[in-house]
Structure formats: structure tokens, C-alpha cells
Ligand binder design. Structure first.
Ligand code: HEC
Length: 102
């Protein structure tokens, strides 16, 4: 049983290496969700339209995995209440607009 689980996880990981990150997310839905729940706090910290949070030279997010994890943490910490597919849509938006992970 343990071997089976390991095999399944391995297959999932191997599969995701080749897929573009967040290919299943919809950036347009993500933008709407993001602008509603996430921007105001970032704006109050970095000014402008808040996008400097994602483009600053010392930004924290360096990989697609970190982006997904960060969105998940922010979603939970701020009590936004998104479903996993919402997180995916927001990840697709932020990636397309700012991070551009391949
Ligand atoms: C209550 C304030 C607040 C809210 C609301 C908030 N954030 Fe953030 N966010 C922060 C802070 C503070 C940081 C910077 C943390 C750091 O520098 O380590 C941050 C950083 C980030 C980063 C990493 C930027 C980088 O360095 O590359 C991402 C991605 C992000 N937030 C996504 C979101 C998303 C998605 C939402 C909406 C669910 C959200 N945030 C809502 C405060 C907030």
C-alpha cells in the first residue's frame, strides 16, 4: 500500500513538471478574485496599485510552487475563503501578469 502511494505521488509530480504552471486556472476569474480580496492591503504597504508587492526586487516568491503556497497561506490567513480552484485561478493571473514562471 505504501509503495502504491509512493508510486502515485511520483507519477503526479512527474506529470506536473511538464505542464505549464497553473495551466488549468483562468486568469480572468483570478484577476476579479484577486482585485476584490487582496489588493487593498498590498497597496497600503507598497503604494501605487499594489503590484510592486509582486515586482519588487527582493520579492519572496521564486518558484511556481512558492506562488501557489503563498496564495494558499494568504487565503487562509485573511479568511478569504477561496476554494482550491479559486486559488488556482488567482495563481494563473499572478503568474501571467507578474511572475511568468514557465
Ligand atoms: C492583511 C494584509 C494582506 C492581505 C489581505 C493580503 N496580503 Fe499578500 N502580502 C501581505 C504582506 C505583508 C506580504 C509581504 C510578506 C513578506 O514580505 O514576507 C504579502 C505578500 C504576498 C505575496 C508574495 C509577494 C512576493 O514577495 O513575491 C503574494 C503572492 C501575496 N501576498 C498574495 C496575496 C493574495 C493572493 C491575497 C488575497 C487572498 C493577499 N496576498 C492578501 C499582506 C497581505
Amino acid at each position: 500500500m505504501r509503495t502504491l502511494t509512493a508510486l502515485l505521488c511520483g507519477a503526479l509530480l512527474a506529470g506536473s513538471v511538464h505542464a505549464a504552471p497553473f495551466a488549468k486556472g483562468d486568469p480572468r476569474i483570478g484577476k476579479t478574485l484577486h482585485d476584490k480580496a487582496c489588493i487593498s492591503c498590498h497597496v497600503s504597504m507598497v503604494g501605487g496599485d499594489g503590484s510592486k508587492m509582486y515586482t519588487r526586487a527582493d520579492r519572496k516568491v521564486k518558484t511556481a510552487q512558492q506562488l501557489a503556497a503563498r496564495i494558499s497561506v494568504c487565503n487562509t490567513n485573511t479568511g478569504t475563503g477561496w476554494f482550491p480552484e479559486d486559488e488556482l485561478n488567482v495563481a494563473a493571473y499572478l503568474n501571467q501578469q507578474y511572475y511568468k514562471f514557465k
